[in-house]
Write a protein that binds this ligand. Sequence first.
Ligand SMILES: NC(=O)c1ccc[n+]([C@@H]2O[C@H](COP(=O)([O-])OP(=O)(O)OC[C@H]3O[C@@H](n4cnc5c(N)ncnc54)[C@H](O)[C@@H]3O)[C@@H](O)[C@H]2O)c1
Ligand SMILES: O=C(O)C[C@H](O)C(=O)O
Length: 354
Amino acid sequence: MRTSMLKSIVRRSSVPGVSSVSRRGFASGSAPERKVAVLGAAGGIGQPLSLLMKLNPLVSRLALYDIAGTPGVAADVSHINTRSEVAGFAGEEQLGQALEGADVVIIPAGVPRKPGMTRDDLFNINAGIVKSLCTAIAKYCPHALVNMISNPVNSTVPIAAEVFKKAGTYDEKRLFGVTTLDVVRAKTFYAGKARANVAGTFLCLLPEVNVPVVGGHAGITILPLFSQATPTANLSDEEIEALTKRTQDGGTEVVEAKAGKGSATLSMAYAGAIFADACLKGLNGVPDVVECSFVQSNVTELPFFASKVRLGKNGVEEVLGLGQLTDYEKKGLEALKPELLSSIEKGIKFANAN
Ligand SMILES: NC(=O)c1ccc[n+]([C@@H]2O[C@H](COP(=O)([O-])OP(=O)(O)OC[C@H]3O[C@@H](n4cnc5c(N)ncnc54)[C@H](O)[C@@H]3O)[C@@H](O)[C@H]2O)c1
Ligand SMILES: O=C(O)C[C@H](O)C(=O)O
């Protein structure tokens, strides 16, 4: 009775990008056991992200960790009648337990921006938080796929890589900077201009919008490739420029609208849930799972770079190239490199100095 009820709820789940796996071949009952840990689970992103991961039929165990507040979040989320068992962990002494056996660790821990700040202004606080969390990941779940959300992503991912290298656990295939929100924004803004269907549905015959976003995750380092957007649309240079700028400034648009009460949380939770779902699908052997992510890369001369990545049973299966760029995009690519490199180097230096 309980199992059939649960299956029907999972089938009915309508979170875009989350329920599709059960549609694509894994009945909830046959999906492998997967533990997901959310670090920073009591925060603005952490809470809705925990909810979305609870709705994901691919998750069998959900560990919610924060410095405080997680028992309440876990109790609340655990009453939702979906597959996963939920446990809350609060305080450093419980971090190991939260991480043990995790297949995917999602990190939205750290302070958000206020108006007037850049993401790099968060470095001083968030670098230390990420470093200590990654030290624990190296100890308790060295093979987990790590989805880094904490800003500045352009630096926190290199910090994580250095921590894992020092611990002897680094596997470049398992470390991801989550840039999915840039893609989500680019799709939304493009669909508005191109009058396309913003997200695929069963009932709509129009193709779903897709826009690759490459580079990094801050200001001009965010480079949407609207020349590769699908479905194609006949947009003017001015329209492409405006779309590019709006995508690059999407985070700031939310920070200013929230007027001191933080940055994007709900859209980020949605984006984080899509990316974690893609990681789980890859681990489970679903073919052709491709998402943009900030990973160790040879696509440019920079050691880390966001581009399309094929996900598989070991994490990154293939880092895909940039494809054909327009002159405008080539200019954007060259312009972003110095800033992105300096953020990467700042992260590496921090991890090795402290
Ligand atoms: N990658 C992206 O696209 C993206 C998008 C939005 C926000 N962010 C970033 O995500 C981070 C979190 O944003 P938010 O709005 O959820 O902030 P928030 O302040 O609402 O929540 C952060 C949570 O992290 C927790 N935390 C702090 N130190 C911790 C530690 N050592 N271990 C575990 N948890 C800890 C806090 O207790 C809090 O609950 C920020 O750095 C923000 O800039 C990234
Ligand atoms: O803008 C921020 O500070 C948060 C996040 O990186 C975003 O893009 O919304």
